[in-house]
Design a protein around this ligand. Structure first.
Ligand code: HEM
Length: 160
C-alpha cells in the first residue's frame, strides 16, 4: 500500500493553513487585481465582500467548513456570478498567474504536491468560469453539490 495512504492524509484546506490562509490569499490577490491592467476592468464592479466570498468558496471546495454554502450560496450561485461576463482566455491566464504569484508572496505551501493540486483546481475552475461566462443560462441546478477537490494522483502532501 502507498506509504501516504497508510497515514492520515490532511485535506488541502488543512495543509494550506486553514481559513486564515484562504482569506489572506484572496484579500491580497484582489488588492493586486485592482492595480492590474488586464484584470482591473474585469473586476471594477466587484463588491467589498468579493474576496471573502471567493475565499469561503475555495476553502469549502478544498475540504474546509461549509462557510460558502452556509452563508453566500451554492455552486449554482457562484456560477451565476460569471454568466454574461464574457471572460477571455487572456484574462483567465492573468488571473491564474497573479493568484499563483500571490500564493508565493503570502507563503502558501510550495511543495510539489500541494501546488500540483492547487494548479489543477485553478485550471479546471477558471476554464469552467470562462465557458460559463458566455452561457445564456446557468447550466448548474440550484441544488447541485459543491465541487470537491483533493490531492489527485499525488495522493497526499510531500513527504521528504
Ligand atoms: C476557480 C476559479 C474561480 C472561482 C472559484 C471563482 C469564484 C467566484 C465567486 C465565488 C464569485 C462571487 C463573488 C461574490 O459573491 O461577490 C465570483 C464572481 C466573479 N468572478 Fe470568479 N471565480 C473563478 C474564476 C474566475 C476567473 C478566471 C475570472 C476572470 C478572469 C472571474 C471573474 C469573476 C467576475 C467578473 C465575477 C463577478 C464580479 C462582480 O461582482 O462584478 N472568476 N467568482
Amino acid at each position: 500500500m502507498d506509504e501516504k495512504l497508510s497515514k492520515s492524509v490532511p485535506t488541502l484546506f488543512e495543509w494550506a493553513g486553514g481559513q486564515p490562509a484562504f482569506e489572506k490569499l484572496f484579500a491580497t490577490f484582489y488588492q493586486r487585481v485592482a492595480d492590474d491592467a488586464i484584470l482591473s476592468p474585469v473586476f471594477r464592479n466587484m463588491s467589498a465582500a468579493h474576496a471573502d466570498h471567493v475565499a469561503k468558496f475555495v476553502a469549502e471546495v478544498f475540504g474546509g467548513p461549509k462557510l460558502y454554502t452556509g452563508t453566500s450560496g451554492s455552486h449554482a450561485t457562484m456560477v451565476a456570478h460569471h454568466i454574461g461576463k464574457h471572460l477571455t482566455d487572456t484574462q483567465r491566464k492573468r488571473w491564474i498567474t497573479l493568484l499563483l504569484e500571490t500564493a508565493d508572496e503570502i507563503g502558501l505551501p510550495d511543495d510539489p504536491e500541494f501546488r500540483s493540486a492547487l494548479v489543477g483546481y485553478l485550471e479546471w475552475g477558471s476554464r469552467i468560469a470562462v465557458i460559463n461566462s458566455s452561457a445564456a443560462e446557468n447550466p448548474i441546478q440550484p441544488d447541485a453539490p459543491m465541487p470537491v477537490w483533493g490531492w489527485g494522483e499525488v495522493k497526499g502532501p510531500y513527504q521528504p
